[in-house]
Design a protein around this ligand. Sequence first.
Ligand code: ADP
Length: 191
Amino acid sequence: MRIILIGPPGAGKGTQCQRLVDLLKVPHLSTGEMLRAEVKARTPDGIVAASYMEQGQLVPDPIIVGMVSRRLQSPDCRHGCLLDGFPRTLPQAETLDDLLERRAMSVDGVIELAVPRDELVRRMLARGREDDDPEVFEKRIASFEVQTAPLLDYYARQGRLASIDGLGTSDQIFDRVKAAVRRFEQATRAR
Ligand code: ADP
């Protein structure tokens, strides 16, 4: 299964991704984590990326696309993967479709973890993580609303979107995630 998990910052994507990769036994491709590793290793890409990330801005596509496409080619991704943090824009989604199509692959399904904005802000203030500067956090939410939300339409039109309620306990939300995966399995078999 090749699945994308989409959600605004603070939606609890990290927890659900972890549980989902354990269930599906596929690699977890998190562009946020990949970028943080590049930054830490001070690679040329990492140095450029850091200046964007510090400001809550998106890292330029050539860096992201290069990173993801290299990762998608590794043998462990042949039978599937969970994409987390990518695609984040419409051009990235189109590029991903092209990349996969060239390898006779496709996205099986996209899960949207829906959480209202005021709840996201409340959670961010409650956890008080040091990278949670309120101003930067607001920018990340705004970037999600402007740049990432249009992806939901893109995948809905392809009949691949499952929007699930991101409010509740981790177990309740994971039950909804599993139900979405079962629907993707049926849809993939029917295609
Ligand atoms: P978030 O907490 O917003 O989900 P991530 O850990 O996914 O953050 O990513 C951290 C930062 O890395 C983002 O704010 C952005 O600057 C950059 N980034 C991650 N994925 C992408 C992407 N697909 N396109 C552009 N920038 C990205």
